[in-house]
Design a protein around this ligand. Structure first.
Ligand code: SAH
Ligand code: SF4
Ligand code: F3S
Length: 464
């Protein structure tokens, strides 16, 4: 029997980074670790890091500084591990800059955590940033029922990892390596287990998820559409999503899946980065503005209620006012329901970092402000248009007030439902009655003759 120990794990990155954190916790659960939300209480702290922009990468060093101080003050012997994409990109540098770190482990090696920790526990400082030939997923234990329950009814499932696209601004092909698709049978087995443990919604994740081309149980290569068709047959799995997709890999069968699979939610994250052909070319995105707009139009004919979100970078080297205006224009044309937008951050080792025409910070800040204003307006307009509409809401967690549950709409909007006639993990028909900046509020439809949609009378009126 292992002695009980406590693990604190913090994710700094994308959904895959969050998924990886969960799998690390699953792996360490076998070693006797239970999770804690308090780093001061932990025997092991894992920072699961992100290298995508300079700010994200720098966060880890400030967090390590805080940990060092806390460790000194408490005189504790907490082990500190750095995992994720900064670990992969700058393992040696972390060891040099942060003596508090006992272990550095890259995203492809975390199935080795138990043995690496044993070495680190003996006082050695350990770095493992290999891309081993073995499949880490074969070595990762499944989550326990309790862990799955605690994570809620909407789960992530990695189907593909790595990227061969080499956009000129991006570190992912270097930190995550080449594109690898997991075999479909293993994904199906993992999905079935999660659904059996109470999961109702799966988001298939990959850095280039729609480039998925895994080995099928029939010996053929399966596309993402084929995989989702098989997943949709799992009894009890109510919703499917996938992210992040690249416009270049939206195959005909995937577009058709949006029409044919009722479980596939009508919300697609389709990063475009820029609306200027010149910049798209310099970014090596592999498609034009027109091709993106045509793709969006085609998808909307397949699924009329489809909404889109996207990612944008402002201030890519050489971006002129006209290029930026083209991005604003594309945003107006598409009308996104959500978006992430960033100032370009030069990343060491990427081709764009050494290009001429780096855009000054002040210009980037102005452009980001303008773009975000437009995107926020576009999102607000979409949310407002949801008022009065009735959606299936997947109830995910308790709300702040007694009797409230918070769920997600098909469009990933957070919806607060008061005294719903249903529990966490259930889908409920809800009519949207209020729209706030961060969430919507809704009323459950009549259930079995009871009128849940009637506004509750204020206390004073009841006493009268
Ligand atoms: N695979 C996805 C994106 C992964 S990275 C795709 O191809 O779209 C997530 C987002 O971070 C990107 O879409 C991009 O908008 C942003 N990003 C990546 N590298 C960046 C950089 N160097 N500077 C600023 N933003 C960046
Ligand atoms: Fe990065 Fe481009 Fe690959 Fe996306 S497609 S992960 S932006 S290189
Ligand atoms: Fe960041 Fe790595 Fe994800 S760099 S965005 S954690 S793939």
């Amino acid at each position: 029997m292992q002695q009980p120990r406590k693990l604190y794990v913090k994710s700094f990155g994308c959904q895959m980074n969050v998924y990886d954190s969960q799998r690390m916790a699953d792996t360490l659960a076998r070693e006797g670790y239970t999770e804690t939300q308090d780093p001061a209480d932990a025997d092991l702290v894992i920072l699961n890091t992100c290298h995508i922009r300079e700010k994200a990468a720098e966060k880890v060093y400030s967090e390590l500084g805080r940990l060092r101080k806390a460790k000194q003050e408490a005189g504790s012997d907490t082990l500190v591990a750095v995992a994720g994409c900064v670990a992969q990109a700058e393992g040696a540098e972390i060891m040099r800059r942060a003596p508090v770190v006992d272990l550095v482990v890259g995203p492809q090696s975390y199935h080795r955590l138990p043995e690496l920790l044993r070495a680190a526990g003996k006082g050695a400082r350990v770095v493992d940033t290999e891309f081993p030939l073995e499949d880490k997923f074969d070595h990762l234990p499944a989550p326990t029922r309790a862990a799955t329950r605690a994570r809620g009814p909407a789960a992530f499932l990695t189907v593909q990892e790595g990227c061969d696209k080499f956009c000129t601004f991006c570190v992912v092909p270097y930190t995550r390596g080449a594109e690898v698709s997991r075999p479909a049978a293993k994904i199906l087995a993992e999905a079935e287990r999660l659904v059996e443990q109470g999961v109702r919604e799966l988001t298939l994740i990959g850095q280039n998820v729609n480039a998925y081309h895994g080995e099928g149980p029939d010996g053929r290569t399966w596309s993402l559409a084929r995989l989702m068709e098989a997943l949709a047959r799992i009894d009890g799995l109510a919703r499917l999503r996938y992210t992040t997709s690249h416009p270049r890999d939206m195959g005909e069968d995937l577009i058709a899946a949006h029409r044919d699979l009722p479980q596939l939610m009508p919300y697609l994250h389709l990063p475009v980065q820029s609306g200027s052909d010149r910049i798209l070319r310099a970014m090596n995105r592999g498609h034009t503005r027109e091709e993106y707009l045509e793709l969006v139009a085609k998808m909307r004919t397949m699924r009329r209620d489809l909404a889109l979100s996207s990612d944008f970078i402002v201030g890519f080297p050489g971006e002129s006012e006209a290029d930026f205006a083209a991005t604003l224009d594309l945003v107006r044309q598409v009308g996104f329901a959500g978006a992430y937008s960033f100032k370009y951050s030069p990343r060491p080792g990427t081709p764009a970092a050494t290009l001429d025409g780096q855009v000054p910070q002040t210009v980037m800040a102005e452009r980001l402000f303008e773009l975000q204003k437009l995107l926020e307006g576009s999102k607000a307009a979409f949310d407002e248009a949801c008022r009065g509409r009735t959606f299936d809401i997947l109830l995910e967690k308790q709300g702040r007030q007694v009797g409230q549950l918070i769920g997600r709409s098909p469009y990933l909007q957070s919806v607060v439902v008061t005294t719903p006639p249903a529990a966490i993990g259930e889908l409920l028909k809800v009519t949207i009655c209020d729209v706030g900046p961060n969430s919507l509020a809704g009323q459950a439809e009549d259930v079995a003759g009871q009128d849940f949609s009637a506004p509750s009378r204020p206390l004073a009126a009841m006493e009268a």
